[in-house]
Design a protein around this ligand. Structure first.
Ligand code: S3P
Length: 175
């Protein structure tokens, strides 16, 4: 297994980044950080509250600051980004500077929307399907810049997908 490699997982809201990151950390026996959870812990507020009370621009600033903190200070080998983090050029530069490999979980909009609409988690930037679809289409070309692309398929559950990523990106071997 490649013990040096560190990755960030990106992809649209509801694609399953946090779940795949959790399985990857178990399979590879390493630390993982979820950027949104890290921000919520640091700020003492939910992402929803931050965006609603302080606005998206303020959230983006906090997102970059917290991402930088993780990249500089943490030993985590796996970072799950929030869906918008990778779309910000400064964040992409930071991730590159810190030599993380980027993995895009690619899927259909309908897959993401099913998860968004059945989740208890508030997502202020995906309040309605038309707006979410617009964001999805706009972001596609930026997610495409990631080093690796893994397509979400119905026949592959999150654990199997995490195994595939571990095997292909980290050259891990499982029985
Ligand atoms: C956002 C995605 C969310 C969260 C915030 C903004 C986005 O994370 O960071 O609500 O702009 O796509 P998830 O991708 O985990 O839902």
């Amino acid at each position: 297994m490649n013990r040096e490699k560190r990755i960030v997982l990106t992809g649209f809201m509801g694609v399953g980044k946090s779940t795949v990151a959790r399985f990857l950390a178990v399979l590879l026996k390493c630390e993982k950080i979820d950027l949104d959870s890290f921000i919520e812990k640091n700020e003492g507020k939910t992402i929803d509250e931050i965006i609603k009370t302080e606005g998206e621009a303020c959230f983006r600033q906090l997102e970059t600051e917290n991402l930088q903190k993780i990249l500089l200070e943490s030993d985590a080998r796996i970072i799950a980004l929030g869906g918008g983090a990778w779309t910000i050029e400064e964040n992409r530069k930071l991730i590159k500077q810190h030599e993380f490999t980027t993995v895009w979980l690619e899927s259909s909009f309908e897959h993401c929307w099913r998860n968004i609409s059945s989740s208890k988690r508030e997502r202020p930037l995906a309040k309605n399907k038309i707006y979410a679809r617009k964001l999805f289409d706009e972001r596609e070309r930026l997610y495409c810049l990631a080093d690796w692309h893994f397509v979400i398929k119905p026949e592959l559950n999150s654990l199997e997908l995490a195994k595939k990523i571990a095997e292909e990106v980290f050259s891990a071997k499982f029985d």
